[in-house]
Design a protein around this ligand. Structure first.
Ligand SMILES: CC(C)(COP(=O)(O)OP(=O)(O)OC[C@H]1O[C@@H](n2cnc3c(N)ncnc32)[C@H](O)[C@@H]1OP(=O)(O)O)[C@@H](O)C(=O)NCCC(=O)NCCS
Length: 173
């Protein structure tokens, strides 16, 4: 079933699908948020389709002056949970991040009582690096975990780059 999964940028033609998916986790939508999903966060944000049904949405942003890709929202539609769709989406994000040299980690906040999500991130090899009290004003307890996944770069690719640069340098001498 999962072989039919495809990933699509968020655009004017599908942004309403994102609203439907995210309504499961009570995200407040506004034009500011949707504008960024379609512009400066576009590279790192996507919708996931199973055939022609939108089953997931992931929004991430890159903060300048950091090397960190931050997940703003991540949801799988209610009827499609626990089918490894979230795992495939996270692998897709990791693949995007691994191709962008300025990104060295993916981070996020998760409510400490969100058992499904905490387990999911552990399963995806995220590490809990901090615990913040009074982070969520809308939930009790108000505590969040900060989770981090460090991007592993392909060392062969690094070797190729070094070789390329040393060749360039010797040619310019
Ligand atoms: C968290 C979420 C995105 C996971 O997506 P998913 O497609 O259901 O997850 P997967 O099927 O890929 O699960 C992979 C693993 O994560 C863990 N996991 C996922 N859901 C779980 C649950 N309800 N309870 C316990 N562990 C769970 C399991 O280890 C699972 O592997 P297994 O099924 O072989 O045991 C989904 O539950 C969701 O949309 N939650 C609501 C929104 C949310 O909390 N987003 C994260 C905010 S930080």
């Amino acid at each position: 079933m999962q072989s039919n999964l495809t990933f699509h940028n968020i655009s004017l033609s599908n942004v309403t699908e994102m609203r439907k998916i995210q309504s499961y986790s009570n995200v407040t939508h506004d034009f500011w948020y949707e504008y960024h999903c379609m512009t400066d966060w576009k590279e790192y944000s996507f919708l996931c389709y199973l055939d022609d049904i939108c089953v997931g949405s992931l929004v991430a942003r890159f903060k300048n002056k950091t090397s960190n890709l931050y997940i703003m929202d991540f949801d799988v539609a209610l009827d499609y949970k626990r089918m490894k769709i979230g795992s495939r989406m996270m692998e897709h994000l990791k693949e995007i991040a691994s191709k962008i040299s300025k990104i060295s980690s993916i981070t996020l906040h998760v409510w400490t009582s969100n058992e499904a999500a905490v387990n999911f991130y552990k399963n995806q090899n995220f590490e809990i690096v901090a615990q913040l009290d009074n982070y969520y004003y809308e939930y009790q307890p108000t505590t969040a975990f900060v989770c981090e996944f460090k991007i592993k770069r392909d060392t062969n690719c690094l070797k190729d780059c070094l070789l390329f640069w040393s060749n360039e340098e010797s040619q310019s001498l």
